[in-house]
Design a protein around this ligand. Structure first.
Ligand code: PBG
Length: 351
């Protein structure tokens, strides 16, 4: 019989430090909890359509509807009463108003401008964010206007020899921004990824006496497969020619995201965003360690749809996945999150 070696006690191994101790009760878990989602962290993206007293479901986004402006006003009123700080309004522009150059984006009476004024006129105290980009307004579904891209070679073109022209697009985005500011938007969210647009828009706003309008830059926006359901919601899916890799970021890059964010802050962004959210938590964490500018994530349509689809199949608990995914953004360093779950979360938090 060989002697069994004396095993050390677990207390010797742990050095008497047992991390499970504080996990024992709900009260002790609450006491040591580092991050918590609260209603003041939320921006609620909503979709507007023409018509009166109508809603349309977005098939790939259960629980999300496109709303006529009167319904959007009611949604904003509900959000206000729940304490949601802001809504982000996106249009599903009627096909006959979409064009090659997306002129409807600069129409002071377009859907988002009318929705903004209607919410303001109803006296609803909620922040209104509008997207600065051309994709809901162009017949080709791109965020900017198409221009010859020079000798084609191996470059990623959109159509023929055309690419999304940077400087020509920025000129239109400036007009769009001024029109949106005039309509009463509090936050402009340039989501186009053109170079130099944050500085150009800031200067134009200031020159027009719009120093009070905030800019939340979609600073690190990736060419992502997770935008699919959104494109259905705004009706850009049927239109989109080619892809957006010639201007949105390569998902393989992290350092470049920090350069994009640094640039937008330097050009005058008040807040910066990383988009999509969950696949890019590393970017959010690095950015929030690096910069002091308020940091946001966009939990995009595909992230929302995945959670819903898996839950509908009984594969995950959707409610828990919703809370877990949003808490992860806070842990990574976000000050706030754009999420289609905002109204649900706000209702739950209100009890
Ligand atoms: C448009 C824009 C997109 C989203 C927000 N603004 C789509 C895109 O870039 O193709 C995506 C939002 C989502 O998927 O929820 N510039």
């Amino acid at each position: 019989m060989t002697d069994r070696p004396t095993l050390p006690s677990i207390d010797d191994i742990t050095g008497h430090q047992r991390l499970r101790r504080t996990r024992r009760y709900e009260w002790s878990r609450a006491l040591v909890r580092e991050n918590q989602i609260s209603v003041s962290d939320l921006i609620w993206p909503i979709f507007v359509i023409e018509g009166h007293d109508v809603t349309e479901p977005v098939s790939a986004m259960p629980g999300v509807e496109r709303m006529s402006i009167d319904r959007a006003v009611e949604a904003a009123r509900m959000a206000e009463s729940l304490g949601v700080p802001a809504v982000a309004i996106f249009p599903n522009t009627p096909p006959n108003l979409r064009s090659e150059e997306g002129e409807e984006s600069c129409n002071p009476d377009n859907l988002v401008c009318r929705a903004t004024r209607a919410i303001r006129e109803a006296g609803i105290e909620i922040g209104i964010m509008l997207d600065v980009a051309l994709d809901p307004y162009t017949t080709h579904g791109h965020d900017g206007v198409l221009r010859p891209g020079g000798p084609v070679g191996a470059q990623t073109v959109v159509r023929g020899d055309q690419i999304v022209g940077n400087d020509a697009t920025v000129e239109i985005l400036i007009k769009q921004s001024l029109v949106q500011a005039e309509a009463g938007a509090d936050i402009l969210g340039p989501s186009d990824m053109m170079d130099g647009r944050i500085g150009a828009i800031r200067r134009a706003l200031d020159a027009e006496g719009r120093q009070d309008v905030m800019i939340m830059s979609y600073a690190a926006k990736y060419a992502s497969a997770f935008y699919g359901p959104f494109r259905e919601a705004v009706g850009a899916d049927a239109h989109l020619k080619g892809d957006k890799r010639g201007y949105q970021m390569d998902p393989a890059n992290g350092n470049e995201a920090l350069r994009e964010i640094a640039k937008d802050i330097e050009e005058g962004a008040d807040m910066v965003m990383v988009k999509p959210g969950m696949p890019y938590l590393d970017i959010i964490a690095r950015a929030s360690d690096t910069f002091n500018t308020p940091m946001f994530a966009y939990q995009v349509s595909g992230e929302y749809s995945m959670i819903h689809a898996a839950a509908a199949n009984g594969w995950i608990d959707g409610e828990s996945a919703m809370w877990e995914s949003l808490t992860a953004f806070k842990r990574a360093g976000c000050d706030g999150i754009l999420t289609y779950f905002a109204s649900t979360v706000a209702q739950r938090l209100a009890g």
